[in-house]
Design a protein around this ligand. Structure first.
Ligand SMILES: Nc1ncnc2c1ncn2[C@@H]1O[C@H](COP(=O)(O)OP(=O)(O)OP(=O)(O)O)[C@@H](O)[C@H]1O
Ligand SMILES: [Mg+2]
Length: 216
């Protein structure tokens, strides 16, 4: 279970998250919605351990991730959490396959099974012919799909996605959402996605609304 407790976060003097609390059970599929600038990306960056809050706690199964030291926190991010950034976060000097293998290299060792699983995910999202290309040779939607496969590649127990279908056409959006639903159902992976789309949100089982830094 993920428990976010009384998170406050300010940038300069602007308070972006105000006493934000929420709980997410294992194997839930949650959609976070709210206006642009309401604090969604900030909230999930904190939930993924990428950004420290000013105050408050984020507990995974009762453990406060911001009490971890640097190496414990980076190991948590590389093994437990799959994160799809709003701006994709691909490494420009690595080709697609090496981008996909990066978390496995940082976290646990790569295996043949893992390469096969990555290939299976790439086929599902129709990027399996692009593995030798570099990010700047791909379209925005193709980069977005690489970022999604990378987050799923090492079978983390929690996947957090920031507007995962923003760059995709509606047919590909459906494929991505059906893949997330399948992984959620078959592997029990917890999925947390930020979206502006009611249609994308409806694939989840619960909607959390955030309004001007406050969870409704
Ligand atoms: N690194 C930063 N430095 C200063 N201000 C920031 C920073 N990141 C975000 N903000 C501000 O914090 C507020 C919340 O930003 P955030 O990115 O969390 O919003 P969001 O809900 O994800 O919006 P969008 O839907 O447009 O992605 C905004 O007012 C933004 O300008
Ligand atoms: Mg955002």
């Amino acid at each position: 279970m993920i428990s976010v407790e009384n998170i406050e976060k300010s940038y300069n003097s602007e308070k972006v998250l105000k006493n934000a609390s929420l709980k997410i059970e294992d194997s839930e599929f949650v959609s976070i919605m709210g206006k642009s600038g309401s604090g969604k990306s900030t909230l999930i960056s904190i939930m993924g351990g990428f950004l420290a809050p000013d105050s408050g706690r984020v507990l995974y199964d009762g453990k406060d991730i911001f009490k971890y030291n640097d190496s414990q926190l980076s190991s948590f991010r590389c093994t437990k959490i799959g994160f799809v950034f709003q701006a994709f976060g691909l490494i420009p000097t690595l080709n697609v396959m090496d981008n996909l293998l990066l978390p496995s290299t940082l976290g646990k060792s790569q295996s043949k099974e893992q390469r096969e699983y990555i290939l299976e995910l790439c086929k599902a999202l129709e990027i399996d012919t692009m593995l030798k290309k570099y990010p700047d040779e791909l379209s925005g939607g193709q980069c977005q799909r690489v970022a999604i496969v990378r987050a799923l590649s090492y079978e983390p127990s929690v996947v957090i996605l920031d507007e995962p279908t923003g760059a995709l056409d509606s047919a590909m959006e459906k494929k991505v959402m059906e893949l997330l639903v399948k992984i959620n159902k078959e592997k029990g992976t917890t999925i947390i996605q930020v979206t502006h789309s009611e249609r994308v949100a409806s694939y989840g089982t619960r909607i959390i609304k955030i309004n001007d830094g406050e969870i409704a």
